[in-house]
Design a protein. Structure first.
Length: 190
């Protein structure tokens, strides 16, 4: 009964409950947002086990820093930034073990049968690893090109190129009639 009442609360109400010391409030936030965080990590190129570990680490950090959340954006967006930064730290520490930052190795270029529509995850998987990471950080997490460049240690122009090229390839991979209005023509991020 108590869980059902917590599930009906908004993120803001659950954050308030967690700040007041109610662990069940934060537990509900974790239950609600963990699948989305793991999906975001997989979109960035993370394997499932690593995505689970990083999502758990992100929740530990979020619990410790809950007082820093100001409610100016969505709680999910705040969590996404935490998990994205954890992933970025991990790949830059490993210097390319998970994502080779220095080289943009190309994903398979095979064409699609006419009329076959890919979903976003399938289309992202067809991008090079660096394009996938840059597009997901920009449009999935909301980081600016400058923030991505700084986090990856790449020149700003290189990040912009990866995002632009990745979006163009996504458009080609997906059915044009259904995605032309879904994917932005510009990056929208300075």
């Amino acid at each position: 009964m108590l869980r059902r009442s917590l599930a009906a609360l908004s993120d803001a109400a659950l954050v308030a409950a967690a700040r007041a010391g109610r662990s069940d409030g934060f537990d509900e936030l974790a239950r609600r947002h963990a699948p989305l965080m793991r999906a975001l990590l997989r979109r960035m190129g993370c394997d499932s086990a690593t995505a689970d570990d990083l999502a758990q680490d992100a929740f530990i950090i979020a619990l410790r820093r809950l007082g820093e959340y100001r409610g100016e954006g969505s709680f999910a967006g705040w969590l996404n930034r935490i998990v994205a930064r954890l992933y970025l730290r991990r790949i830059t520490r490993r210097k390319g073990i998970e994502v080779p930052i220095e080289e943009a190795d190309e994903a398979p270029q095979g064409g699609l049968e006419p009329g076959l529509r890919l979903d976003l995850d399938q289309a992202l998987a067809r991008l090079s690893r660096i394009e996938r990471l840059c597009v997901t950080l920009c449009h999935g997490v909301g980081l600016s090109h400058g923030e991505i460049a700084e986090a990856l240690g790449l020149p700003l122009g290189t990040v912009k190129s990866h995002v632009k090229r990745g979006l163009e390839r996504l458009r080609r991979f997906m059915t044009p009639d259904e995605t032309s209005e879904l994917l932005p023509t510009g990056s929208g991020h300075p």
